[in-house]
Design a protein around this ligand. Structure first.
Ligand code: TYM
Length: 328
């Protein structure tokens, strides 16, 4: 039976938060035992917006430690830094030559981050071609991501299908796998906005390395509504619905069943905070241990890059050949 390959990525552009955890990482940890899994820290994507080199270096290593602490096991999956595998940048160019200006202009992430600002980097516009390269290089069939990446995955499929049709069978067509709960965790202080690494205030974001005290405070201050009825209703009760989703993403329960157990927002909030604290405690302990041994983390990333380079190479050769580039 052919092995099914999984690939997903995350930007080292700030601290990991529980949106990233529930939307993506939790599924990565499960997938690694079932599929041939590749997970990449996409540093080339992180430089498409304003950044500080020192911070980028520190964030890349800290993110690697967080992913390992969250349960990615280098014995069963491949973890690597995107810029360590030069095939990503190379294939990205071929895919930029396959994607159109029109389809890249329609990407909501570009519209949100880029708007019409003249100083926006050209690479923020072509960002989805690099993301398509990340996925297609490995012939990945499953791409575990949060809801906000769905549109990029649709574009990746369109680019792959166009390439295959024009130049001959080259890429497998991937599919986004999006979790039923926690695929779009909202900011606790602004429950109609997505929780994000780059939010202006930290008050509405629970970071993976937040202390129990910080988590309790943030959840207790989460914005709800004045109805004081616990109900799962995204349109009318975004704050309460977000809390129910967080609780269920952490415990595996069903939001409407959980809702029926509570009559007071205060009780729900306390239990949400406790569930998140309990989930993160072992992870934070492993992070502490790993941060004592950065050389080991670098070794894991080096080995990951070697494996990824080997797996990516034949697809890059095939794509170059099929598009008409002459082999050296
Ligand atoms: P990034 O770094 O913004 O986020 C990493 C993963 O976390 C998910 N996520 C969320 N899920 C639920 N609720 C939220 N509030 C939330 N915020 C983020 C994202 O959906 C994502 O799965 N372009 C990608 C990185 C990337 C990639 C790839 C992903 C580059 N190449 C190839 C998959 C395959 C990004 O910026 O994710």
């Amino acid at each position: 039976m052919a092995v099914i390959r999984v690939l997903s990525g995350i930007q080292p552009s700030g601290e990991l938060h529980i949106g990233n955890y529930f939307g993506a990482i939790q599924a990565w940890v499960k997938d690694q035992y079932e599929f041939d899994s590749f997970f990449t820290i996409v540093d080339l994507h992180a430089i498409t917006v304003e950044h500080t080199p020192e911070e980028l270096r520190a964030n890349t290593l800290s993110l690697a430690m967080t992913l390992l602490a969250a349960g990615l096991d280098p014995e069963v999956c491949t973890i690597f830094v995107q810029s360590h595998v030069s095939a990503h940048a190379e294939l990205s160019w071929l895919l930029e030559c396959t994607a159109t200006y029109g389809e890249l202009s329609r990407m909501t992430q570009f519209k949100e981050k880029g708007r019409s600002d003249e100083s926006v980097r050209a690479a923020l516009f072509t960002y989805p071609a690099l993301m398509a390269a990340d996925i297609l290089l490995y012939q990945a069939e499953r791409v575990p991501v949060g809801e906000d990446q769905r549109q990029h995955l649709e574009l990746t499929r369109d680019i792959a299908i166009r390439f295959n049709t024009k130049y001959g069978e080259t890429f497998k067509i991937p599919e986004a796998t999006i979790p039923p709960l926690g695929a779009r965790v909202m900011d606790l202080a602004h429950p109609t906005k997505k929780m994000s690494k780059s939010a202006k205030s930290r008050a509405g974001t629970i970071f993976i390395l937040d202390t129990p005290d910080e988590i309790s405070k943030k959840v207790s201050k989460a914005v709800t509504d004045t109805e004081n009825k616990v109900r799962y209703d995204i349109a009318n009760k975004p704050g309460v619905t977000n809390l129910l989703e967080l609780f269920c993403a952490a415990t595996g329960e069903h939001p409407s069943e959980v809702a029926s157990r509570y009559s007071m927002y205060g009780d729900l909030k306390r239990n949400v905070a406790d569930a998140i604290i309990a989930l993160l405690e072992p992870l934070q302990q492993r992070y502490e241990e790993l941060s004592e041994d950065p050389a080991e983390v670098s070794r894991i990333l080096r080995l990951g890059a070697e494996k990824a380079t080997e797996i990516a190479a034949p697809t890059l050769v095939l794509a170059k050949n099929n598009i008409g580039l002459v082999a050296p």
